[in-house]
Design a binder for this molecule. Sequence first.
Ligand SMILES: *Cc1c(COP(=O)(O)O)cnc(C)c1O
Length: 414
Amino acid sequence: MEQHKFRPESLMMSFGYKPELSEGAVKCPIFQTSTFVFRNAEAGKRFFEVAYGLSSPEPGEEQGLIYSRLNNPDLEILENRLTLWDEAEACAVFSSGMSAISTVLLEFLQPGQYVLFSAPVYGGTDHFIKHVLPKWGIGHAAFDANSSEEEIHAIIQEKGADALGLIYVETPANPTNALIDMEMCKRIADVYSNDKKVYLAVDNTYMGPLWSHPLKHGADIVMYSATKYIGGHSDVIAGAVLGGNEVMTRIKTMRTFMGNMMSPNTGWLLMRSLETLKPRMELQAQNAMKVVEFLNEHPKVEKVYYLGLIPEGTPEYHIYRNQYSSPGAMLSFDIIGGEKEAFTFLNSLKLIKLAVSLGSTESLAEHPATMTHADVSPEDKQKLGISEKLIRLSVGVEYYEDLIFDIERALSHV
Ligand SMILES: *Cc1c(COP(=O)(O)O)cnc(C)c1O
């Protein structure tokens, strides 16, 4: 028994929670409290010494509970459970994916530096990089899935090798599923890590925490919008960051002063979500495969963008097989025609809901060019394949034949 290593899905119901500390309750209660009573003044003093890094914890000594902006049992237990999926040393949970991402960017970049990022990134991230970071004197440079390693080095040389502060990657790219090679990004980060380390941060919202583990491919920091698969029910906004102890201490310290930690109630909801994470995601991926088989044969569909369709033998296929364990449950397709045909299709769906967001139990459809990616410049839209005929689908847990029925009927209206 001692040697047996339980899988994360077996531990999601119990890991890190001690019923004897909560009247024997089998489930972790919601610790809806702002502050915690110290046993005595000496204990309070010690908790602060450790929390503020004035003294290192003794072996086996746990950080005492102080105040819910610093720590709270619902957040700590959730964080410990999340570390299991990515095999990370530590985790910090946030009030949203954007607060997780913006905290990482602010902590790991300084005035005079720039962030090198993969385009396209999530719209909120793109705005933060292009419109908020410059107020602090932080610049940016972009590459995309088509950029070769040499081309990326050239971008860095042109922008200034010494000023490179952080490499930020979102893969697969939303909404076209183009892949960025995380191991290549790690090699690049290492080349420019001399007196100071250039960290590699990966937004793993699309494929994590089940189907891709960026920390194993060289990432130092992995970020999530936990609003998506981790939450999985379209009922919370939440975020998470994972990594080694050193980077996570910096991130948690920044979180303490930004005050953008998750609420205990959301932490409790996410612990409930994590119990079904694996079966949900696996069913969503199976359903997506069936939907793709149908779309791929349909005469009104021009092209389907889905990881499972990457041709064998291509460099993308090599990245896919090496860095992902499933094609996932996100797909997009070009409908024959343009905005008019795409809108007729979207307006004709009944079971599948017309909404942005992804990764939830219910299937969602949207039109990237006029919705999630409305902000992207016309040139970039063209370069990245975000055309007026593109439709994005996030596949849920419904019965697949019902999804296909809904899609087939909507296509018949086009
Ligand atoms: C939704 C999303 C975000 C932002 O997360 P919020 O929880 O909405 O703040 C960031 N990155 C990706 C890839 C997303 O899909």
